[in-house]
Write a protein that binds this ligand. Sequence first.
Ligand SMILES: *Cc1c(COP(=O)(O)O)cnc(C)c1O
Length: 431
Amino acid sequence: MLHDFQSDPQFADIKPFAGTVWLSSPTMHGGELRYMKQAFETNWMSTVGENIDETEKKLAAYTGVSHAVALSSGTAALHLAVRLAAEQLYGIPGRGGTAFGGRMVFCSDLTFAATVNPVAYEGGEAVLIDSEYDTWNMDPQALERAFAIYPQVRLAVVAHLYGMPANMDRIREICKRHGALLVEDAAESLGAVCQGKAAGSIGDYGIVSFNGNKIITGSGGGAFLTDSPECARRVRKWSTQSRENAPWYQHTETGYNYRMSNVIAGVVRGQMDYLEEHIKAKREIYQRYKQGFKDLPVRMNPAESAESLSNCWMSCLVVDEDAMCETIRSEREYLYIREKGKTCPDEILDALRCFHAEGRPVWKPMHMQDLYKNNRFVTRDGERTAKGGSGAGDPSVGADLFRRGLCLPSDIKMTKEQQEQIIKIVRRCLE
Ligand SMILES: *Cc1c(COP(=O)(O)O)cnc(C)c1O
């Protein structure tokens, strides 16, 4: 049963929040409505129009790529990106065939499932690559090892978790050396910088997302990024049902209904003007947490390195091993024993929830998911059999971050005072 933190004397001076303090929710400004209204009043309510054109232009200019294609979601963008990569590598699949036809693709392990699922849509076998502590993202050493075991692999899909770019310098070099293409999942990291370039513009193909929880949103939506006019043209064509240039509906390829709507594009177009403001607010939230926790046995997620700077989309913390109380998780439930001076992510999350603040465990790694537990999984120490389950005794970096880590409320509408209360709640959990 959930401990009643509200009536616990240790939390006596903390009052529940009047509303909910969210993990990361949409923040609108006004310009979005103007562009949406413009679409409405001119009847451009379909998948063609000025909002789409302008969104693509703004996004390409911002990320420094020559072409952005506005799509219905980040997942759709990833699907077309991996399909395009497969086509380049293996040719166009025959009728009824999938693009990968059972071939392996290296994918980030510690990520949201949407990074990996599109490989499965196209009949690929995701080989999951463990994370490193420095960035929480794909470990270049593990990737190197994966190429040593499976030199035939020609594609890697890398996610930048929580806005912090992966070690792209090394990952790109390794892929290049092995003749592999690189798809960059920048769904969580629009506005992050890596080697002076925008996240999403570094791989062969990049994608961003405008889902409701991302740093800016269209309520939904996504985009494909590339420097190749031919690739942009193909993705645009596939996203609008692969219609050929003919008076009637003429098709030679399988198509998708993946284009962004001009109404949604109005929201994204309006939000683009506030992207820098959102990043600034996210970074301030991150710094306040960091300051607030500096004497506690916890660590924050990485937000910068020699080559990159995070957009700080999500502030996370990891409880030091010595400060972890006893805790176990099954597939769907958790249990912990409260202990003086110690805590665990689930206790902190319960406490936050009691005071009406939303947190979340660190994304559960793909190799621990029922869905991908039979996939190959490579760490820097070698290949492991992914087993799924709770990760007890699992020495991978991903399993460790999942066990000890949580996402803190990172909503930019959260006030400083609310954030101070959240810091206090975490502090009390450790007293
Ligand atoms: C949100 C997200 C996606 C999917 O984006 P949608 O627009 O929701 O389809 C893909 N990858 C990562 C890492 C994400 O966080």
